[in-house]
Design a protein around this ligand. Structure first.
Ligand code: GLV
Length: 328
């Protein structure tokens, strides 16, 4: 384990306050441009630095890890999801991986509620009317949406974010249902008045709103595939603030186009920023550019986690937020 000051490289521009904090603690090379590094730049960086601070837009696969120099010892991810990092190969190569859990749960859950409300209450359509300058005044029949109180919310993935969503949705009067590999303790189920569904199929078929809050792993790829999406009630909606790969985006687009489900709120997409063109023209979807964790507070706290992880490692200990293969 290292004892001298580590050489740290960031791959994206980070909030200014965080960049100067990093400079206080480490010998840091900051990325000046906000564009993601090219493959070649990433290769050069892993050949030279002790610690890489990537983001979810960097593909840290086995090929890249294989090119790293012996000095690379820690990949301190600026974010929670590590689906873009081959954690297994990193471990085999003696490189630790850490992430920033816990500090963006509330922000992501807030955005989940915002999407649920935006879709069910048709907020973007209302905005359009106002922006067009054509509002004719209040009408008893215009832009009617659905009330969320009393609706059944099915949360897929009852981890930290899923629970934060449950807490909020409960305050909105929704009925909480969830599916996860692991059932909550009775005391937590009681806190959320949550109903556990061991079978995802059974839950999906009975919900008014589905919220995807599980991480993307090989097991959750297309968890909401065409077959499961078809099980949803025609008047139900789905929101996703986790990872796009969990939903079969083409199948979802087809269903939305054919009004087989009522709507969708998506903050994440199956192919990153290459959003299915069919989605963008639909009026029953609300699309956001992956901004679930985009608060000033969240991004600074993520940075504090990064510093703690690198500093602890620099002091010769395991980073507190070390990710081990298979833990997600
Ligand atoms: C955001 O999506 C993250 O994984 O941190």
């Amino acid at each position: 384990m290292p004892s001298t000051q580590l050489r740290v490289a960031t791959t994206r521009r980070l909030p200014e306050a965080l960049e100067s904090r990093l400079g206080e603690f480490f010998d840091v090379s900051l990325r000046c441009s906000d564009a993601p590094m090219s493959r070649q730049e990433l290769i050069e960086t892993v050949k030279e630095f002790d610690v890489l601070v990537p983001t979810l837009t960097d593909r840290i696969d086995s090929g890249l890890i294989g090119q790293a120099g012996d000095q690379l010892k820690l990949i301190a991810n600026y974010g929670v999801g590590v689906d873009h990092i081959d954690v297994h190969t990193a471990r085999q190569n003696g490189i630790l991986v850490s992430n920033t859990p816990g500090v963006l749960d509330d922000d992501t859950a807030d955005m989940t509620m915002a999407l649920i409300l935006a879709v069910t209450r048709r907020i973007p359509e209302g905005l359009e009317v106002m922006k067009s300058g054509n509002w004719q005044g209040w009408s008893p029949t215009a832009l009617l949406g659905g009330r969320i109180a009393g609706r059944r919310l099915g949360i897929i993935g009852m981890g930290r974010v899923g629970k934060a969503v449950a807490r909020r949705a409960q305050a909105f009067g929704m009925q909480i249902h969830y599916h996860d590999r692991i059932r909550l303790r009775p005391v937590e189920e009681e806190e959320f008045k949550a109903t556990y569904w061991e079978s995802l199929d059974d839950m999906v078929a009975r919900m008014d709103v589905i919220s995807v809050n599980c991480p993307y792993t090989p097991d959750t790829f297309h968890l909401m595939n065409a077959h499961r999406l078809k099980m949803m009630k025609p008047d139900s909606v789905i929101v996703n603030t986790s990872r796009g790969e969990v939903i079969d985006e083409n199948a979802l687009t087809r269903m939305l186009r054919n009004n087989e489900i009522a709507g969708a709120g998506l903050d994440v997409f199956e192919h990153g920023n290459e959003v299915n063109q069919g989605l963008t023209s639909l009026s029953n979807v609300v699309l956001l550019p992956h901004m679930g964790s985009a608060t000033n507070e969240g991004r600074i706290e993520m940075g504090e986690k990064i510093i703690l992880n690198i500093k602890t490692f620099q002091d010769g200990h395991r980073p507190p937020n070390q990710v081990v293969p298979g833990m997600l």
